[in-house]
Design a protein around this ligand. Structure first.
Ligand SMILES: Cc1cc2nc3c(=O)[nH]c(=O)nc-3n(C[C@H](O)[C@H](O)[C@H](O)COP(=O)(O)O)c2cc1C
Length: 353
């Protein structure tokens, strides 16, 4: 089993570094949001403040390294680089699926980044579908304890599993099991997708089940039907995956839909986030925290300094966008009227029952 997971994790990283793994003709929808430049911003750039809070800890900027990896040799270096850079920049950092940690000690080190990231929030990760394959609250708590995590995020990845050779396909009756995990763990439990998006209706079900935050992980960035298509040795699945090139709810639509139903849920924008301008746009439609996955991957294979440099650029871009419209902090950005959002009212209407 360990060999299987190790190999799969390594293939995921390699394909995400070298191949086209974005959906075809799919975007986040954020290009439908435009800022209205303010020629007289009346603020000092140096006063722009990106500080935020997440999982009861302060962040220097409202950013999260989204779940990527763990459970292989290559993953150990990547996670340590991500952890050290997150600590330096004051970002939250998520681990990839921590299932391998329960199954073997072989690559334990790849999940243990508390030493690199002593102060920032660390989020452990597990596929929600595993709750139908022998894992429950006890194992989930073990994962949190071993990784010294501040939270566990469960991922929903039905279509990835459907394309994956030997994927786990029984997604029946997961909601009550998710509820049990949220109830039992001694840390907050969130739920994310992996790039096909969570809309307002599903977010509402999860919130009613006791979930502490939603990470929409919408479409427009890495497509996991594409990644698994490239890995698959099953010609039928490979061909069928082709029809899912542009599947998924764009990140922007997810954010509008979730925020219009759940005005107070802590909301993470992720899926195709590339720049600080994307991040600033996401905040105007209700995101609290912005998550980046593949945008950080290449640098994470190099060094913690390389990751910190990409992070620095994202922060600078966000500050420049805020300067461009004349807002000093995230609260002002959230409430700005210097933004045009195409299709917002349509998505809000679709979220009403
Ligand atoms: C190499 C790689 C591995 C990933 N592994 C996981 C994982 O183990 N668990 C998870 O919840 N998401 C995983 N993801 C999905 C990301 O967290 C994210 O939801 C998705 O890639 C969309 O974001 P992006 O467009 O910024 O890449 C992975 C992404 C990448 C690039």
């Amino acid at each position: 089993m360990e060999k299987g997971i190790n190999q799969r994790k390594t293939e995921h990283i390699r394909l995400c570094l070298t191949d086209n793994v974005e959906g075809v003709g799919k975007s986040t929808g954020l290009e439908g949001i435009s800022f209205l430049h303010n020629a007289l911003p009346e603020i000092n750039f140096d006063d722009i403040d990106l500080t935020a809070r997440f999982l009861d800890k302060p962040l220097n900027a409202p950013f999260l390294v989204s779940s990527m990896t763990g459970g292989s040799e290559m993953a150990a270096e990547i996670n340590q680089n991500l952890g050290a850079a997150a600590e330096e920049k004051g970002w939250a950092v998520a681990l990839g699926s921590t299932r391998a940690l329960l199954e073997s000690d072989a690559h334990k080190k790849s999940f243990l980044i508390r030493r690199q990231a002593p102060h920032v929030p660390i989020i452990a990760n597990l596929g929600a579908v595993q709750l139908n394959y022998g894992y429950g609250a006890e194992e989930a708590q073990q994962i949190v304890d071993k990784t010294e995590a501040d939270s566990l995020v469960l991922h929903l990845n039905s279509l990835q599993e459907a394309v994956q050779d030997g994927g786990d396909l029984n997604f029946e009756n997961l909601l009550p099991k998710i509820e049990k995990i949220a109830e039992s763990l001694d840390v907050p439990v969130g739920v994310k997708e992996v790039g096909f998006g969570i809309d307002g209706k599903v977010a509402q079900q999860l919130y009613n089940a006791g979930i502490s935050y939603i990470d929409v992980a919408g479409a427009g960035g890495t497509s996991w039907s594409q990644v698994e298509k490239l890995r698959s040795r099953d010609p039928l699945k490979k061909a069928a995956a082709e029809a899912f090139n542009n599947w998924g709810l764009p990140t922007k639509d997810c954010l509008v839909s979730v925020r219009s139903r759940l005005p107070n849920v802590p909301l993470v924008a992720s899926g195709g986030m590339k720049s600080g301008v994307d991040a600033a746009k996401a905040v105007t439609i209700g995101a609290d925290i912005i998550g980046f996955a593949r945008q950080l991957l290449q640098a994470a294979t190099e060094s913690d300094e390389a990751v910190a440099q990409v992070m620095e650029q994202i922060e600078l871009e966000m500050k420049m966008a805020m300067f461009g419209i004349g807002v000093k902090n995230l609260q002002e950005l959230k409430n700005t009227d210097r933004v045009n959002v195409m299709g917002r009212s349509l998505m809000e209407e679709m979220s009403d029952d």
